[in-house]
Design a protein around this ligand. Structure first.
Ligand SMILES: [Cu+2]
Length: 66
């Protein structure tokens, strides 16, 4: 499991965009977004750098917290 702090998420559209961006990465099984907390939890064996790159590219700067 991968936990990320993700900036710039402010509404349901952002949740959808972040979820879709994360789902483009190989080995992401599930994406859970905590909009209020600015947290994203990824289930699966995805490479954390690849997930962070995908979210950054979508406009949501992300950093690994666990
Ligand atoms: Cu939004």
């Amino acid at each position: 499991m991968l936990k990320l702090k993700v900036e710039e998420m402010s509404c349901g559209h952002c949740v959808k965009a972040v979820t879709e961006a994360a789902n483009t990465v190989a080995d992401v099984d599930a994406v859970e977004v905590d909009l209020a907390g600015g947290l994203v939890t990824i289930t699966g064996n995805a490479d954390s750098a690849a997930v962070i790159a995908a979210l950054d590219e979508a406009g949501y700067p992300a950093s690994k917290i666990a």
